[in-house]
Design a protein around this ligand. Structure first.
Ligand code: ATP
Length: 610
């Protein structure tokens, strides 16, 4: 979708279904393109009152599952970070997408998406720019906006980070974080202290991330500002005992491994998490564990498990340091969308920050028994190095210390040479210097060590909240007929629905309005999320709540205030509770209302039990 199209009010929706959903999302306050009064900008959305409530509930549910129940720590880091962070993380150099520009209309497109959308290639990013350029030429692919051929156009790297300056002047560049994870990694030296240096421990964060996507599209699915919920689990690769896989081993999900993807007619394997791990399909136990936790979680927030799968990264897709990677994917409009990534990242992130910063990102591992080791040391004679190497003397001394550690034999060989008058060679700023071994103070000490420092490994489940929200709305969107009238409703789980209960007076007169407002206030007092509505026919009020996914509605009528004309209208002091999905209604005593609704919301009671 082009920027022009989006500005004119249409949204990234492809077919009727997503069009219906996007229209409902705007009309009913879920989400809308931001700053529409000024024409809007692609890739930025405002969540309306229902969308913001849904988002909060989904985030709370994620927090409950991935932070609270796992015993992890949650942090909240800034969204702007200084350049050195992204130099170390590799984002400055390598966080690029492939851009191809149309020679006719000047529109920019993601070259790999042009390929994926118009050929059978599925993961074109992993093919690299050269091959993608060749495929564009081979298939004579054209600009999605104006139809001009793109063959021969340069495929360029486009860095996705938004740059800014920190403070006045331009001396201190900063970037909006492209992922929340770096905010966790850079604080590791302090976080390990909070965890008392005990591995494994997990740190989570829910927050905004920014990517200057070349062509934002499909509504919330590819935007320029979005929310991530990430967990970084730090483990000791040698001593880790792994997770309690038992708690999720019976979770069944479709696993689309590399072999199944590469087979001509390969389908995902519908197996348990336990089996996926035992077969070696998901080799790492932590990854298997989080896939199980995530499958249960996506199910609980309303993702349709028949339109969900785990897909393993093909080797070309995977970062070089990642041992194994799986994505959670949801089907939306016939496409499989990445909802989350699960990666075993080795010590890559911590090693980079350890190397680039002045801080210590290692953790101390105590040995079972102290061990005695030989430690080569140097104590160079500076009265020799100073006159000999001038300003470089300090660096030469440091280089000698490094050499003693990495290659002590170089010193031993030099000592054996020429009666101890041999030399060792070190390189400083590209220049080689020979130093007589007798001036280096080389010695080998025996030391007893109680443990060693090492860099923990990282297991990362990284989820996108916006993609989860859109998928939930799409998967919960229903159309049916009630009393001969078409109805649209969202079958959202009560736990995440923006409103748990709609409260209506049958009519706003004869004291019914006051009583209904009291009922609403009492329910709010009990912590339920309530919408009060007294406008229009009762049927229309039900439809409005159905459309925003409110699972229950309560109607206050003449029976409630003890003024029913006959018993058919209900016992005195009762209200009608209506269930969204079946539209079934039950009368219950008003004093039981709050308990009943709470139990229904929390899944401790079903409507049929009433
Ligand atoms: P993609 O390949 O689709 O661009 P990614 O592999 O770059 O995604 P990650 O870096 O793994 O994504 O980010 C983790 C999660 O953040 C994704 O699974 C997704 O849910 C979410 N995410 C990433 N980019 C966007 C975006 N532009 N809009 C909305 N959500 C996003």
């Amino acid at each position: 979708m082009s920027e022009g199209e989006q500005r004119s009010g249409a949204d990234g929706a492809g077919d009727d279904r997503s069009g219906d959903l996007t229209e409902l999302a705007k009309r009913r306050g879920f989400f809308l393109q931001s700053a529409g009064a000024y024409g809007g900008v692609s890739g930025f959305y405002t969540f309306g009152p229902n969308g913001a409530a849904l988002k909060d509930n989904v985030e709370d549910s994620w927090r409950d599952r991935f932070t609270v129940r796992e015993g992890n720590m949650e942090i909240d880091a800034p969204t702007v970070m200084p350049e050195p962070v992204f130099e170390a993380s590799g984002h400055l150099d390598g966080f690029d997408d492939m851009l191809v520009e149309c020679p006719e209309c000047g529109e920019s497109h993601r070259a790999d998406h042009v390929v994926e959308d118009n050929t059978d290639y599925e993961e074109a990013e992993g093919l690299g720019p050269e091959r993608v350029g060749e495929i564009i030429a081979e298939y004579e692919l054209v600009c999605p906006t104006c139809g001009t051929g793109l063959a021969g156009q340069a495929i360029e790297d486009f860095n996705l980070m938004f740059e800014t300056t920190i403070g006045p002047g331009s001396s201190s560049p900063g970037y909006l974080r492209p992922e929340t994870a770096q905010g966790i990694f850079v604080e590791f030296p302090q976080l390990k202290e909070y965890a008392r240096n005990q591995l494994p421990f997990g740190v989570t964060q829910i927050g905004r991330a920014y990517r200057n996507e070349i062509s934002p599209r499909k509504s919330l699915l590819r935007v320029r500002e979005f929310t991530q919920a990430e967990l970084e689990l730090f483990v000791d690769p040698e001593r880790d005992e792994g997770p309690d896989l038992e708690s999720v081993e019976d979770v069944v999900a479709p696993f689309y491994g590399i072999d199944q993807q590469e087979a001509d007619d390969g389908d995902p394997l519908e197996i348990t998490v336990g089996e996926a791990h035992e077969r070696g399909l998901v080799a790492d136990p932590w990854i298997a564990y989080y896939l199980g936790v995530a499958a249960e979680w996506y199910d609980s927030i309303g993702v349709d498990m028949d339109r969900f799968r785990f897909r393993q990264h093909l080797s070309g897709e995977r970062a070089h340091y990642a041992a194994d990677c799986w994505d959670a994917e949801g089907e939306v409009d016939g496409d499989w969308i990445e909802l989350a990534g699960f990666a075993y990242r080795s010590d890559y992130d911590l090693s980079k920050h350890d190397e680039y910063s002045d801080d210590d990102f290692t953790v101390f591992r105590q040995y079972d028994e102290p061990v005695t080791v030989e430690r080569p040391t140097v104590d160079p004679d500076m009265s020799y190095l100073g006159p000999e190497f001038g300003g470089a003397a300090g660096d030469v001394a440091d280089a000698l210390a490094d050499l003693a550690e990495s290659d002590p034999d170089a010193f031993r060989e030099a000592e054996a040479d020429a009666d101890g008058e041999g030399t060792v060679t070190v390189e400083v700023d590209g220049e080689r210097h020979d130093v007589p071994v007798s001036q280096t103070g080389f010695a080998v000490e025996e030391v007893t060590e109680s443990g060693e420092h090492f860099l923990p490994h990282v297991v990362e489940p990284s989820l996108g909240i916006d993609r989860a929200l859109y998928t939930v709305l799409d998967h919960c969107y229903r159309e049916d007929e009630v009393d001969g009238e078409e109805r649209t409703f969202l079958e959202l789980p009560a736990e995440v629905a923006p409103t748990t209960v709609g409260v209506f007076p049958l009519m706003d007169r004869d004291g019914l309005g006051e009583r209904a407002r009291e009922v609403a206030a009492d329910l709010r007092e009990r912590g339920l999320s309530v919408t009060y509505d007294d406008s229009g026919a009762i049927g229309r009020r039900y439809r409005r709540q159905d459309e925003v996914g409110t699972p229950f509605c309560v109607t206050v009528d003449y029976a409630t205030i003890g003024e029913a004309r006959d018993d058919d209208e209900g016992e005195p002091g009762t209200v009608t509770v209506r269930e969204r999905d079946t539209t079934a209604q039950r009368r219950i005593p008003i004093e039981d209302l709050a308990d009943t609704l709470e139990a229904l919301r929390d899944g401790d009671l079903t409507f049929a039990d009433l």
